[in-house]
Design a protein around this ligand. Structure first.
Ligand SMILES: Cc1cc2nc3c(=O)[nH]c(=O)nc-3n(C[C@H](O)[C@H](O)[C@H](O)COP(=O)(O)O)c2cc1C
Length: 261
């Protein structure tokens, strides 16, 4: 699966069917966790894999009675051991890096599961000491996430996200990018917004204003189409240039070969 496709496809899933998870896949997931970045490569995470039915039920109970968790055939608990990170980086290491290190491992786990057709969920609401009493972990080890993994019994839709334009600043705090969707080539979003504006205006301010806006939108769309055309043309030219250069390179090699002959 392509990386971006995998990122888009990942969904928090809370319904699992009875199919068991292949150990090979669990191994790949753990390898992905192991490969996550960590501050100074301190690698302060540990992973407890729970398959035992009674323990899974106990973990669901520890997770503030989120009983659906127990249905997942495999549960990975991501632990951090803050001591080494604290030794290297002091308070910042203990309070921030350990959490970030485990978050990086957690996300890798979720993506590796998705990539292999598995469903998962990042569960953060739980009683830490109850989790440790299920796994037998010492107090010095801090459970950061419980991740139930299995085959999905549902197709969850993506919960709504904030608009990119409200999340991204350029160069300084609150530095808004005007027309961010246009900038990032997300033309479908631009078109959707324009149509929505026209529809809302037609309802709120009467059909005349709505129609005016719709005309404006059409003019805007024409401009966008021209922009797309320009972009495609310049991409085509760039490709042709690259191809020319490539062929040129081959000719050089041929010339060299001739010399050797
Ligand atoms: C730190 C953290 C804690 C979470 N804890 C829980 C949880 O206890 N139970 C749960 O059902 N989902 C939990 N989630 C999942 C979020 O609800 C979910 O990621 C969010 O609604 C977005 O949905 P998506 O993951 O499908 O994109 C948690 C997610 C994060 C990042």
């Amino acid at each position: 699966m392509e990386t971006f496709e995998c990122i888009e496809k990942r969904r928090s899933t809370r319904n699992f069917n009875d199919l068991p998870v292949e150990w090979e896949k669990v191994g790949n997931i753990l390898r992905a966790a192991q490969l996550a970045p960590s501050s100074g490569n301190v690698q302060d995470c540990k992973f407890v894999v729970v398959t035992d039915k009674t323990k899974r039920a106990a973990l669901a109970n520890a997770a503030l009675k989120q009983h659906w968790i127990a249905k997942a055939p495999v549960i990975i608990i991501v632990y951090s051991e803050p001591k080494p990170t604290q030794r290297f980086y002091g308070l910042r290491g203990e309070k921030l890096y350990t959490i970030q290190n485990s978050a990086a491992a957690i996300e890798n786990i979720l993506l590796a599961a998705t990539d292999q057709g598995l469903a998962s969920c990042w569960v953060g609401a739980f009683d830490e000491s109850m989790v440790n009493s299920v796994t037998g972990a010492p107090d010095s080890a801090r459970p950061q996430a419980i991740i139930p993994i299995g085959y999905s019994d549902e197709e969850p839709v993506m919960p709504k996200r904030h608009r990119l334009v409200d999340l991204v600043y350029i160069n300084s705090w609150k530095g808004k990018i005007v027309n961010i969707d246009l900038l990032f080539d997300d033309f479908s979003e631009v078109i959707r917004k324009k149509l929505q504006e026209a529809k809302e205006a037609a309802v709120e301010k009467g059909p005349t204003v709505g129609l005016e806006l719709a005309d404006k939108s059409k003019a805007g769309l024409k401009k966008i189409h021209e922009k797309i055309k320009e972009k495609l043309e310049s991409r085509k030219k760039k490709k042709e240039k690259e191809l020319d250069e490539e062929i040129g390179g081959e000719e050089e090699v041929l010339e060299d070969t001739e010399k050797f002959d």
